[in-house]
Design a protein. Structure first.
Length: 329
């Protein structure tokens, strides 16, 4: 039985692609008592109401994570929180750095404060590969948020609230996916723009991302950073999966974009273990004042471990990607 069964759960950013997939799983399989959908956009909230046929277990709060008072109201009576709200576009962050700091950093601290204030039991915050060795403003704000949540357990040591973080790359097929754009270009006989033909990326689907969050609620003590062990792919193979035989051209990396994704840096890798038969890596806290007990069910990684998309031991080719995404040729 899931620890979430029969509970009250709040999802910040709950109208996004991940939020909707999580809500569907919670309603269909976990059977919570109540789900609070917290987001800024009333239109998206209306659309989610229609999507779930006004399910009586759903509650909708218009609010911004920048607003601590509103978060305090929304988390009243809540048992568990999934923090998915963030500003995420790399290039937008380069032009609007202070706005990203307000949402991704100050907003994260507000979530922490509200959860402690309202005796929330567990909080899982969503991170990104760009928080590992960040080279752009978005990644820097998410790394800061990661630290706020994992180290926030010190802040909450005298309380029952515990925080953990999950880190993964772009979710394939989520909102803003490149799939429809590439299909349209290919059908028009045009070449597909690839930021760099050498690029590699990790591949994770929405169901896998949801699995990861639900698993983290089960395994966490507080202070963990959880990373999935998932396959890599070449961006050119993704393009060929979407549009077989399409021409491709190199347009160069965008500002703040990496050639290869990284989810665990060499420095972080020194404290990584694998759990659940290698399904996940966990970075355990180095200093824990909240009663964290070092795990005995994990396997230490090899010396010099580095989780990057070009150094992976699992790879998908175009045919694999096409099958996973149910793409028709």
């Amino acid at each position: 039985m899931s620890v979430l069964e029969g509970s009250s759960i709040l999802v910040t950013g709950g109208t996004g692609s991940f939020g909707k997939a999580l809500i569907r799983r919670l309603l269909d399989e976990v059977k919570p008592q109540r789900i609070v959908v917290y987001s800024r956009d009333e239109l998206k909230q209306w659309e989610v109401r229609q999507l779930f046929n006004d399910d009586s277990r759903l509650r909708f709060f218009i609010g911004d994570v920048r607003d601590l008072d509103r978060l305090n109201r929304a988390t009243h009576g809540v048992d568990y929180v999934v923090h998915a709200a963030a500003l995420k576009q790399v290039d937008t962050g380069e032009y609007n750095p202070s706005e990203f700091v307000k949402t991704n950093v100050h907003g994260s601290q507000n979530v922490i404060e509200a959860c402690i204030n309202n005796n929330v039991k567990k909080v899982v915050a969503l991170s990104t590969d760009k928080a590992s060795s960040p080279i752009n403003l978005y990644g820097a704000t998410k790394l800061t948020a990661d630290k706020l949540f994992t180290l926030g357990n010190h802040y909450a040591a005298a309380y029952d609230t515990r925080f953990a973080v999950v880190r993964y790359g772009n979710v394939t097929g989520s909102r803003g996916s490149i799939i429809p754009k590439f299909k349209a270009l290919h059908e028009a006989g045009k070449s597909l723009p690839i930021t760099d033909l050498r690029c590699t990326r990790f591949l994770i689907t929405l169901p896998q991302a949801v699995d990861m969050v639900l698993d983290t609620f089960e395994l966490m003590q507080g202070g963990e950073l959880v990373v999935p062990h998932i396959p890599s792919h070449k961006v050119t193979d993704l393009a060929q999966a979407i549009a077989p035989g399409a021409k491709m051209h190199d347009i160069g990396l965008r500002p703040g974009e990496k050639l290869h994704e990284e989810m665990i840096s060499p420095e972080e890798g020194r404290r990584a273990i694998t759990v659940m038969d290698g399904k996940y890596y966990i970075l355990e806290p180095e200093l824990a004042t909240w009663g964290y007990v070092k795990r005995t069910d994990g396997t230490p990684v090899e010396d010099g471990f580095h989780c990057a998309s070009d150094k992976n031991d699992i790879w998908y080719d175009a045919e694999d990607i096409r099958e996973i995404l149910n793409l028709e040729v």
